[in-house]
Structure formats: structure tokens, C-alpha cells
Design a protein around this ligand. Structure first.
Ligand code: AMP
Ligand code: ZN
Length: 113
């Protein structure tokens, strides 16, 4: 998608602090972190939000969770971490390229506000 912020980040047209990359997934630091570790995990292909996951594109979403699991192990996040995907404006989604916030390094309340 030409005018999508995260598609531009994937293409390197907008700078980002890369954490991990493979053929289908890109991970980078959130520009406004809300925890000591705050990564955004995204598919390289444009899927706008969680309710657009289908049988055809769900493989990359499964892979995203493999990547998150591997990163958590590599980083030694034994005390826990949180993964969040806001779907739609009411849930707080502001960038309409699906992304999974990976948060760690502090206590998190529940239910989330
Ligand atoms: P959401 O509000 O769930 O759609 O999350 C979007 C996230 O993208 C927010 O946490 C923003 O801080 C983050 N964000 C926006 N622009 C950038 C950028 N250029 N680089 C890194 N993170 C960004
Ligand atoms: Zn996009």
C-alpha cells in the first residue's frame, strides 16, 4: 500500500530501529515506547487489521507468533511479556497495517484500560 506508514518502514523509505527481519516478518522499536521493551511485530505484506486475517493470509500471522516466542527466549524474558493487537479505532488502532505490540520490562495491569 503506497501511503501506508508501516509498508514504508518495511521498504526502508521511513527509518526505523530494526530488531529482527526475515522474508515475511519485520520487528522494530515503537517510536513512543510505553514499556522498557516495546517492539512492533508486523507482516511485510499489507494486512490492515486483525479482522482481515483469513485462511489465505493466516500463515504469516502464525509465523509472527513463532518469531515473538523466539525473541522472548533469546532476550530472556522469563518474568513475562505482553502481546497486544488493537483492531479498529475504538480499540485504539492508529496505524492500519496490522501489528502486534510486544511489551516487557515492567508490571502490566489487567484488565487493560
Ligand atoms: P496502534 O495505536 O495500536 O495502532 O499502534 C501504533 C503504534 O505505532 C504506536 O504505538 C506508535 O507509537 C507507533 N508508531 C507510529 N509511528 C511510528 C514510527 N514511525 N516508528 C515506530 N513506531 C511508530
Ligand atoms: Zn501497510
Amino acid at each position: 500500500m503506497a501511503d501506508c506508514l508501516f509498508c514504508k518502514i518495511v521498504k526502508g523509505e521511513i527509518p526505523s530501529k530494526k530488531v529482527y527481519e526475515d522474508e515475511t516478518v519485520y520487528v522494530f522499536e515503537d517510536i513512543e515506547p510505553t514499556a522498557p521493551i516495546h517492539y512492533l511485530v508486523i507482516p511485510k505484506e499489507h494486512i490492515s487489521k486483525l479482522d482481515e486475517i483469513t485462511e489465505e493470509n493466516s500463515g504469516v500471522i502464525a509465523h509472527i507468533f513463532e518469531v515473538i516466542s523466539k525473541l522472548a527466549k533469546d532476550m530472556g524474558l522469563k518474568d513475562g511479556f505482553r502481546v497486544v493487537s488493537n483492531c479498529g479505532a475504538q480499540a485504539g488502532q492508529s496505524v492500519f497495517h496490522i501489528h502486534f505490540h510486544m511489551l516487557a520490562g515492567r508490571e502490566f495491569g489487567w484488565p487493560a484500560g
